[in-house]
Design a binder for this molecule. Sequence first.
Ligand code: FRU
Length: 479
Amino acid sequence: MNQRELIEKANQEIERKRQIVESDYYRLRFHLMPPVGLLNDPNGFIQYKGVYHLFYQWNPFETAHGSKFWGHYTSTDLVKWEHQPVALAPSEWYEKNGCYSGSAIEHEGKMVLFYTGNVKDENGERETYQCMAVSNDGMIFDKKGPVIHLPKGYTAHFRDPKVWKKDDTWYMVLGAQDVTEQGKVVLYSSQNLTDWEFHGAITGSEMNGLGPYGYMWECPDLFELDGKDVLLVSPQGLEPEGDLYHNLFQAGYFVGEFNAEEFSYQHGAFTELDRGFDFYAPQTTTDVKGRRLLFAWMGITDENEKYQPTIEKGWIHAMTLPRVLSLKGEKVVQQPVEELKQLRKNEVSYENVQVNTEIVTLDKVQGTSMEMLIDGISYHSDSFEVTFRGAVNFFYSTKENKMSLHRKNFKDGRVESRHCQIYGIKKLHVFLDTSSIEIFVNDGEEVFTARYYPSVENESVSFKAEGKLQFNMKKWNLD
Ligand code: FRU
């Protein structure tokens, strides 16, 4: 099918399933979702001519992975988004099994996309092409075809170009697997965006003192943040280690220094960016306010993905809220963008709430879509906990300096947990949507992101401590 026919077919699919999708109780109220089918990675995130564009990996025809399109949303304020016509559909020979992840830049007034053309040949063997598409208006894209072919030394797991400009040179990082099946980030540079010079791997498994660190690294993003160079990347194949790496795949970062003359990157240890269950393939951009903004896929590909309850309503997955990044020492801190305050309605506040061993619920803190700011937290207790809608539990052990998030898994309802070390909790900033939760701890020092599926009638938030807990709280409904 040609691009026009594919897009037409996707549009028909949106219409065909509109009613059932929109009837889903678990549809989110203030997060981006696919109109139908499956959404995964954020792509091409850019502020272009004053408008934020966020593209996304989209399979319109199934709630499973397949030949991805680039769906498209735009916004002037990161809060109200408009769904736009499909940007890329997998119509050409070099992308016939998917227009995979990539990025956007602005050059001479044009928006230029770089993405991976994913191909499976007659024998099911994978091929990969790094492709370019150009637009005069950020809406309609003219495909220029492959600009990079697979270099020697790498398998066809070679994808997800992220492009940026430094001084007068364009750079591109890609996620890769070398022929010895080690995950890598490789670097290219270019003067004109069409001719790209290969500089090999800048980091990865068995490099820069890392030891074995996964068989494939996806979705790299290298950028300057507060004077350092941060590499975000999603490695596959890390084994769980204590409290770390319990999702099937990880998404995290290194802080270091990128040397543009030597095409090298020196860095410290890998740190997970989010401590919850559903966070993968984050991508950033900068805006005119000078902020480093991030979106991530609020989902992950694992063996439980197919049990997500929204599947029976014809859709699956969503994006996180947009977040601003900053660096605190060697730590990347995430905060929800301030524009989200526009969504606040019906403020309710409580001062000096006291909690002991009895469960406490607050009359006015109830709902399915709300923001909660819990601060001034103090405790004399071995632990305290907050349970949201009977379905997600946040637990802090002051003895172990460990916080945990518990939820029911999608497959059989058994409780599953994620943990993270933290020395003291002063503040929890919670964004609860009908089926997602994002908890920013201590102004974004740590974040837990998760989908959850409560029983419909439960709208409560309850607190409990083993000893004494005290806090102030503000709550807003969000819509
Ligand atoms: C990450 C990823 C990317 C790929 C895309 C395909 O979730 O596997 O590496 O480009 O998804 O949808």
